[in-house]
Design a protein around this ligand. Sequence first.
Ligand code: CA
Length: 341
Amino acid sequence: MTAHVAEPSRLWTDVDFEAEGKQVSWVHLPHSVTRSAYGTIAIPLAVIRNGEGPTILLMAGNHGDEYEGQVALCRLVRELDPADIRGRVIIMPAVNLPAAMAGARVSPIDDLNLNRCFPGNPRGRPTEQIAYFIETVLLPKANAWLDLHSGGGSLDYLPLASIHMSPDVDLNRRATAALRSFSAPFSLVWQFFPETDMATYSGQRRGIIYISSELGGMGALNPDGIRIAYEGTVRSLDHFGVLASTRFAVPPAPATRFITLRGRADYVYAPDAGLFEPLCRLGDVVKAGQPCGRVHFVDDPARPPAVVNFKNDGLLICKRHPARVLRGDCVAHLAGDFAVS
Ligand code: CA
């Protein structure tokens, strides 16, 4: 019997993950193009280590147009010193760098969405190779993983942190406690997400706590979202036993409200192409059958607008930002209350 040895990631770095101290450098993704035959894409990476303890992986820029986590994690790269921690903190504030520099959800190089590329491919397109590096180099070292998202250019969200329910009851219990410690205004428990090539499922396969977030959107940088990302991350480091110094005053946890994404019926999709007029605001409590919005046809003024209704009762936590829609665009989604056991 031949032992299966995973093909190594082609990404390389001068960072020594086992070294004590603070290293702020780059991971190099080989990218041979006309303007740079032996070139690489240099993706920022910081590793801070002080003795034995848990390893926490902090990541933002999985989607390049989601900015609050990117700014909050750059601040932590500048601020965190080895004396502040016990264990290890790995920070990648712009993990899909080409997407982050383009301000785009997907990479302009390969049109791929990093969060639909796990577990990645060592010989794949650049975004698939980034996923493979995370999967095979970073995750085996990590005890917990914070992957900070926002709504991006096409969505706007109530500020929330989130976990995804897994079949592992003990992991769910530990993830729920970690989510409570992050203490965003809303704590969302996803019970429905059928796309199994997402980061969250790589975390589940390895039994790693995976916390995500949605901290604004509309292609903007929301100052409240930056603060929630920063303070929630510091509280998480404290929760996981990594924060060791009093220099980082852990901001007291504000109240958080647990909510849940229940299934397909929580989503509303544009019924036709046109101009979408929302008839509700973020934070509204709505009823099944209530109009969510209507699509106008300015090229056919005699045609009445097409109304689309909610299919579920719930809290409106996410809505589409740009007015122009195509049939099938998600224009809103709801969440219901969640009782934490
Ligand atoms: Ca996202």
